[in-house]
Write a protein that binds this ligand. Structure first.
Ligand SMILES: C[S@@+](CC[C@H](N)C(=O)[O-])C[C@H]1O[C@@H](n2cnc3c(N)ncnc32)[C@H](O)[C@@H]1O
Length: 199
């Protein structure tokens, strides 16, 4: 993955406001998942967070150990404007694949589907996600459930349960990975909700 190329690609999409994925609020499945968490001290990563409405929601619910990373600075600046008290050192401008830390929870939404769906990239995602989790850590999120196309102009790239598991299984145990019952209306029937623990 060419970091500069990816950075330019995403920045251009933000600058041109070509951001069809951006729903403008925390998605219902992730909000509901967050609402049942009780330990507010856990360390949480939101990778490829974009405008990071879920991170904002976590912050507003008093989860103070939340880290946001994005390869483009544009959404990070938007986030900072909306959340001026969010600590600078928890707002990371960088490439997820180069990030090194240990988290209790990683929250995924339209990140996996955002990069070129090569075997190499998808394997690297699963491996790196696992490396960023503590031994008891969890990867929780939403993965699109529609056919993958290899038209590189047509992000997000889809997939299906079996395909995703082929990448995740070597590194994760599946707690749940099912059709999402509480998706936001435009995504109903088109996404899977998953909870995975590190193997
Ligand atoms: C489709 S958007 C999703 C944004 C956000 N998760 C949401 O649901 O609105 C993908 C995001 O991932 C970021 N991104 C892509 N590749 C990245 C990488 N290697 N490291 C960090 N961020 C990356 C992009 O800049 C973009 O903000």
């Amino acid at each position: 993955m060419n970091t500069q190329k990816e950075k330019d690609y995403w920045t251009e999409r933000y600058v041109n406001q070509n951001t069809g994925w951006d729903i403008g609020y925390p998605s219902t499945p992730l909000k509901n998942y967050i609402d049942q968490l009780t330990d507010k001290s856990i360390k949480i990563l939101v990778p490829g967070a974009g405008n990071a409405y879920e991170a904002q929601y976590l912050w507003e619910q008093s989860f103070k150990n939340v880290v946001v990373i994005d390869i483009s600075e544009v959404p990070l600046k938007n986030f900072k404007k909306r959340n001026p008290n969010f600590p600078e050192n928890q707002l990371l401008h960088g490439n997820f694949f180069e990030h090194k830390e240990s988290y209790d929870l990683i929250i995924e939404q339209t990140f996996f589907c955002s990069f070129i769906p090569s075997d190499k990239n998808r394997t690297a995602y699963a491996k790196h996600m696992a490396s960023l989790l503590k031994p008891t850590g969890k990867l929780v999120g939403l993965w699109f459930d529609f056919p993958i196309t290899y038209n590189l102009e047509k992000r997000p790239f889809g997939g299906n349960k079996a395909l995703y598991l082929s990448y995740l299984n070597p590194y994760f145990k599946t707690v749940t990975f099912e059709s999402c019952y509480n998706s936001i209306p435009p995504r109903q029937g088109k996404e899977l909700f998953g909870i995975f623990t590190k193997k």
